[in-house]
Structures are given as structure tokens and as C-alpha cells.
Design a protein. Sequence first.
Length: 122
Amino acid sequence: MLDKIRLHARGRLPAEYHGFLGDGFDGRITRFLGVSYPAVRERTLTGGTDEEILAWCLAEGRPLTEEDIAVWSKFACKHGWRDEEDGATERLEANKRGNGLSDRDDIMTFFDFYEVDEKRRP
């Protein structure tokens, strides 16, 4: 999310990601942290490392336990894998098809997809 904010501010974020700024996973993580996306965007654009911005989010948002963080991490890293209930698996497969990656069985989650997609871009 922070990289997307920075890229968008520099006019370098691919257009297909613009509609998800503050929504999708961005919205999920900001709701989880208890901070608003506009506040995170503003804080990010003032500068600082990812770690500093996370510390700010943790100070400004709701208190989190180690268990909260572990549950979020497991959810996030597996999103798209067997997530038929919310349509995530279907969206992941559509993204793969739209990017010529439908033959890539190793792309099983959105994080897998984002990693491959980022490496393909200049």
C-alpha cells in the first residue's frame, strides 16, 4: 500500500491499480489497523520508512496483540487461495488471465500475483 501511495504521487502507478487506492486490500489493512486511508496517505507522503509509518499507524490506530498480527498475516499471505466465499479466487484467476499468467499454477495467492506482476514491469 505504501509503495502504491508513493508511486501514485509520482505519477508512476499503473492505471489498473488506481481504482484500488484506499479500497480492496488497502481498505482492509487500514480498517484492521484502525486508521483512515487518507491519514495513512498523508503520513506516507510526508516521508519516512515503511517501519516508521507502521509505527505511526500502530500509535494512531487501535491496539493490536501479537495474536491479532499473526491472524492478519496468515490471512493476507493466503488471500486468493481457496477463497471462493468472497470471490477472491475468481478475481485472482481473472487477474492472471488478464496478464497472460493463466498457465502459472505457482501463482496461488494475490501476494504471489503481485510479486510476479511487479517483476514484469519496468
